[in-house]
Design a protein around this ligand. Structure first.
Ligand code: AMP
Length: 355
C-alpha cells in the first residue's frame, strides 16, 4: 500500500480545528495523552486487541476515546476515519517497531515530525552515516573479528531489546561466537550510559538556537536492562555464563539521572550537530529525539544509538524534569508535543511540524 495523498491533502482536515492527538496505547501513550489534555487538545487511543484496563486507573491520561484494531498492521486501515477526526499520529517506540518503520512512513494520516527520519533511524548503517558525518563520536566498528583489539559487543541487525547481543572481552573470546544472521561488531565502551531527551522546535525563535529553531533539553534517564544490570551481583559476565545465563539488555524500566553540569555544553553540541546534519540530509528532525551514549572516564560522549521520537524514559517526567522545570514548570515531553501542535496551528505553520 503506497502513500496516496499529498502532504497538503493529508493536512487539509486540520484546517481551523484543534488537532486530535492520536497514538497507539502503549510505551509513552499515557504521557502523550496527559500532555495533550493539559494543553486542551482532544485525544484518540488506538488499542491493539482491547483498551488496556489499567488506563481506567489514570483518569487524567485516559484518551477521550478508543479505536480498536486486532493488530498493529491494521492501523493503516483506520486512515480515513482518523483523518476525518482531525488526527495527528504521534510515533513512539512500540508503535513504529510493531507496525514497521516503512509501513509507518506510508500511513495516510498526518504524523508529528518528519516521517523521513524513521528510515534513517531504523537502518544502523544509515544511522552511522548520519551521526559520523555530523561529527559525533561513536563506538568503533570492526569490519571483521581479526581486527578486534579490546572488548566488543556484537549486535545482530534488528535485535530487539538487545536480546541478540553478544559480549566478548577480547578477540580470543570471540572465537566462540557462531553468527546466526547479519551482525555488526562494535567496541564495547566502558563508561556511564546516559539517554538524553531532546526536543527540536523549528518554530521557536528563542533559547539555544539551532537551524532555524531551537534545541531544548527536557530530561535524561538510564535504562534498567535485564539481566546485564544484575552483573555486579555475580561479579562478572563469566559468572552469568557459568550459571547458564546469556547476558541480555532487555529494557525493564528507567531511572532518572542528571549530568555533571560541566558536561552539558558538549551534550548540547552533540544534539545540535545531529539536528543540523538532519536538516542537510533529509529536511530535518522535528520534535522529540533521544541521544543514547556512554560518557567515558576521559569525558568523551560516545553515541551508540539515536531514537528519533519520544522515548519511554521520558515517562519519568510527566510532571517535569530537573531540566524541563527550568523551561516551564510541569513540562513533560508529551505536553511539549501538544504545545508545538497548538503553536504551529496558531501561526499557520502546521506543515512545518507535520508530515
Ligand atoms: P542498542 O540496541 O544499540 O540501543 O543497545 C542496547 C544496549 O546495549 C544499550 O542500552 C547499552 O546498554 C548496550 N550497548 C549498546 N552499544 C554499546 C557499546 N558500544 N558499548 C557498551 N554498551 C553498549
Amino acid at each position: 500500500m503506497g502513500i496516496a495523498l499529498s502532504n497538503a491533502e493529508r493536512l487539509a482536515p486540520l484546517e481551523g480545528r484543534r488537532p486530535t492527538v492520536t497514538t497507539v496505547c502503549s510505551h509513552s501513550s499515557l504521557q502523550i495523552f496527559h500532555g495533550a489534555r493539559t494543553e486542551g487538545l482532544p485525544t484518540i487511543g488506538i488499542a491493539i486487541g482491547k483498551p488496556p484496563r489499567f488506563y481506567d486507573a489514570f483518569p487524567r491520561a485516559r484518551p477521550d476515546r478508543f479505536l480498536t484494531v486486532e493488530r498493529h498492521r491494521n492501523v493503516p486501515a483506520l486512515a480515513e476515519s482518523l483523518r476525518a477526526a482531525g488526527a495527528v499520529l504521534i510515533p513512539h517506540g512500540s508503535f513504529v517497531e510493531y507496525l514497521g518503520a516503512e509501513e509507518f512512513a506510508r500511513i495516510d494520516v498526518p504524523v508529528f515530525g518528519n516521517r523521513a527520519v524513521l528510515g534513517w533511524e531504523s537502518d544502523r548503517r544509515k544511522e552511522r552515516t548520519w551521526l559520523e558525518s555530523a561529527g559525533v563520536e561513536m563506538p568503533k566498528r570492526y569490519e571483521e573479528a581479526a581486527e578486534v583489539d579490546g572488548p566488543v559487543i556484537v549486535k545482530y541487525y534488528g535485535a530487539k531489546g538487545g536480546k541478540g547481543f553478544f559480549l566478548a572481552k577480547n578477540r580470543e573470546a570471540l572465537a566462540d561466537f557462531r553468527p546466526t544472521g547479519p551482525y555488526v561488531i562494535q567496541e564495547y565502551v566502558l563508561g556511564t550510559r546516559y539517554y538524553v531527551h531532546f526536543f527540536y522546535s523549528p518554530l521557536s525563535d528563542r533559547g539555544y538556537r539551532v537551524g532555524h529553531g531551537s534545541l531544548e533539553l527536557l530530561g535524561m534517564d538510564r535504562r534498567d536492562e535485564a539481566n546485564i544490570d544484575e552483573l555486579y551481583k555475580l561479579g562478572a559476565q563469566e559468572e552469568l555464563l557459568k550459571a547458564g545465563i546469556r547476558p541480555t539488555f532487555v529494557v525493564t524500566g528507567n531511572v532518572p539521572v542528571v549530568l555533571r553540569e560541566s558536561l552539558l555544553e558538549k551534550t548540547f553540541e552533540v544534539g545540535a550537530r545531529i539536528v543540523e546534519r538532519s536538516i542537510e540530509l533529509f529536511g530535518g528532525m522535528v520534535g522529540p529525539f533521544c541521544v543514547e551514549g556512554i560518557m567515558t572516564e576521559d569525558l568523551t560522549f560516545k553515541v551508540f544509538e539515536i531514537s528519533t521520537r519520544i522515548v519511554a524514559g521520558t515517562n519519568l517526567y510527566v510532571s517535569g524534569s530537573p531540566y524541563s522545570d527550568m523551561i516551564e514548570p510541569g513540562l513533560s515531553t508529551g505536553r511539549r508535543i501538544a504545545q508545538e501542535l497548538v503553536r504551529a496551528q496558531a501561526q499557520g505553520r502546521l506543515a512545518e511540524v507535520l508530515s
